[in-house]
Design a protein. Structure first.
Length: 248
């Protein structure tokens, strides 16, 4: 695991965007296309802004997959991740395709099966992910399922995760946050060839410590990232404040 620490979230985002651009250009050069996973949340703002400025990416050869979405939330809602990704990825970059998670479908389990079929047509080249304040990876809250063979799951959201969404300003109150989501499973995320983990801000410092200083455990879901052979973690000095392990 390669852990990099930057003075500011802007420097973090720019560095992650440069690495992401290399991964996308390499996949396109070697395989004629790139397949990527995109995360959402306030932690990804500077990264996605910087990615838009990276030159030489043939976006019409890039297919994105969506990590997670609330069950029962329309895509017009300000907190909808489909809306977030349309505004910050699809509209500015115009990729070949974005495979959205439809959390507003009447049959979430059928949506999981549909997404799994599309995702597993070919391997994912690079995944852009973050870490929640409770250590969640995508919407896999603790204790997370590290053994499922399914690509997507309908998962309950614990109160810590739901409070984070209120704290980030996506919802007015805890009662407004849906109790379930469709999420890519952790073993599926780890199937990506390369993982870029973008984690700024002081409120993530405890999660960074829990997930990267300690053992791999479902109680700290993002600790599973330690098992991947090609993962780079981008931190700022605030999110790295409690980190004890050696930094590459």
């Amino acid at each position: 695991m390669n852990i990099q620490v930057f003075d500011t979230k802007e420097a973090l985002g720019a560095a992650a965007a440069r690495e992401a651009a290399v991964a996308l250009r390499t996949a396109i050069a070697e395989r004629g296309e790139a397949r990527a996973i995109a995360a959402t949340g306030a932690s990804q703002f500077t990264f996605l802004d910087a990615l838009q400025r990276e030159p030489g990416i043939a976006w019409d050869r890039v297919t994105f997959f969506h990590l997670d979405e609330y069950v029962g939330l329309p895509d017009t809602h300000p907190a909808s991740f489909r809306r977030y990704l349309r505004e910050r990825v699809v509209d500015p970059l115009q990729p070949r395709h974005f495979e959205f998670v439809d959390g507003n479908t009447g049959d979430p389990e059928a949506e999981c099966r549909r997404l799994e079929a599309a995702l597993r047509e070919r391997p994912i080249d690079v995944a852009f992910v973050g870490i929640g304040e409770n250590g969640h990876l995508a919407f896999n809250d603790p204790p997370a399922d590290f053994t499922t063979e399914r690509a997507y799951l309908v998962v309950p959201l614990d109160d810590a995760c739901r409070r984070q969404q209120v704290g980030e300003g996506w919802f007015a109150s805890l009662a407004d946050v849906p109790p379930r989501a469709i999420s890519m499973a952790i073993p599926e995320i780890l199937r990506a060839r390369q993982l870029l983990v973008i984690v700024p801000d002081a409120r993530k410092a405890q999660a960074v410590h829990d997930c990267f200083d300690g053992p791999v455990t479902p109680l700290h879901p993002a600790s599973a990232l330690q098992q991947h052979s090609d993962v780079t973690v981008f931190l700022d000095r605030h999110s790295a404040a409690k980190l004890q392990r050696a930094i590459a």
